[in-house]
Write a protein that binds this ligand. Sequence first.
Ligand code: PLP
Length: 452
Amino acid sequence: NETLTNIAKELTELDQKHYLHPLTPPKLQYEQGPPIIVSEGKGVKVTDVNGETYIDGMSMLWNVNLGHGQEELGEAAKEQMTKLAFSSSFNGYSHEPAIRLAEKIKTLTPGDLNVVFFTSGGSEANDSAFKLARYYWKQKGQPNRKKIVSLSRSYHGVAQGATSATGIKEFNSIVSSKAPDFIHAEPHLLECERGDRTNENYDKSVRGIIEQEGAENIAAIILEPIMGAGGLMIPPEGYLQALRDLCDEKDILMITDEIICGFGRTGEQFGVDNWNVVPDMLTFAKGITSGYIPLGGVVMKEKIRNQFIETDDVLFHGFTYSGHPTSCAVALKNLEILERDNVLENVKKMEEIFKAELKKLEKNHPHVTKTRAIGLLGAFELYEDRDNGKPFDPEVGAAFQVVNECFNHNLILRFIDWNGSNIVAIAPPLVVNEEEMKEIFNVVDKALTVFE
Ligand code: PLP
C-alpha cells in the first residue's frame, strides 16, 4: 500500500535526523534508520507502520506483562487524567491513587515490606534505594556505612547510582562515571557466601568483599533475584538465603531489584518468593503498570521508615513524578487484572510448555545448550562446540544472527553478547497462550538453521 510506504519513509527520515536512540549504535541508526517503527499492538502481537505483524517475544523490554492493547488500562488512565491530572507528593501532599497503590503493594510483597516510595522508573528506584539505605544508617548513627555491593554482570539501570551498581562494564565505560563507594562481587558463589574460605574465588565473593571493605563501611548489597540483561542467570538453590543470612550476620541491608521479576514474571508475585527470602528493600518498575505508563518505586521494611521518624528532619529526596496519579491509577488497574484473570496461573502453565520447547531446541540443534526458564523468563545459549564448551568466535555474532533471523520471520527476541557470551532471551507477555508459545518456537526452530 503506497500510503503506508510513504509514511514509513517519512518517519524513517525524520527518525534518522532528529532522534537519538538509547542502547543503539548512533552511526548505524543515523545511516540506516530504525529496523521497525511500531504503530499498534494487541495481545502478544505488534504491527509496524508497513502493516507487518510481529510476535513480541520479549514483552518489549520485559515490561508489557499484560500484553498490548489492554483497553481497561487506557480507560483507567483517561478516567484519572480527567479527574485529577496531577498533584504533588512533596510536603506531605497526597492523593487517593498513590495511597491505595502503596497499600496494595504492601499486600503483595512478602514479610513486613510495608512502606513504599514512588519513582518514575527502575533506575530512579535503585538510586532512591541506595540513598535511603545510606540515610537510614546516617540516622542510625553509622554514617560510614556508604558502600554498596552489587554483582558483576548485573543490570540496575543508568542513573548515577544505578550505573555504578551495574556490573556490565560497558555501561560504566561510556564516560568515566562510576561513583565512589560501589563495589562489584562475582555472582552466585554459593559456597563462599556460606563461608567456605578455601574456595579460590573467595576474595571475589560478596562475603569476601565485605570482609575486605569492612562491614562497618557497607550500607547495602543489591542483586536481581534472577539476573536479566546480564544473561538471564538463575541463582543456584540456596543462594538468596545465603546472602540473606550474610546480611543478617553483618548487619547489612539486602536490596533486591525486582524490576524485571516483580508482579508475576517468574510465576510468583516477586522473584524472591521463589526462595521465600524477604529483603530489607525491594525495587520495582516495569511490570507494575505493564509498561503502559512509567512508574517505579522502593518498598521497604517498617524498621527503615521507623528510623526516619526518629527525628523531625526533612527527607531531602523525591521526584516531581513520585506517585503520579495517572501512573498509580493504571498500576491499580493492572494489579486488579493480574488477580482477576489469574494471570500467575497462566504463567505457571505456560512455563511447562516453555521448558519443554527449550529442551526440544536443545535436542534438535547441535549449538543450543544451557536452556533455562523460570516463569516466563527464559533463555538458551549458543556454543560452537557445546560438548566441549567452545564458544563461537565473537566475530560470528551467533546470538545476534539468530535473533536477526527471528526478526526476519516476524518474531522479536533479544540477544545478549556481553563478555563473548551468545545468549538468546525469551520473555513473552504473561498472557501468552499455548498456540502463541508454539508459534514463537516454530520461528526459533527455523531461525536456528542459519548455522546448519
Ligand atoms: N533494574 C533491572 C533489573 C532492569 O532490568 C532495568 C531495566 O531494564 C532497570 C533496573 C532500569 O529500569 P529503567 O530502565 O526503568 O530505569
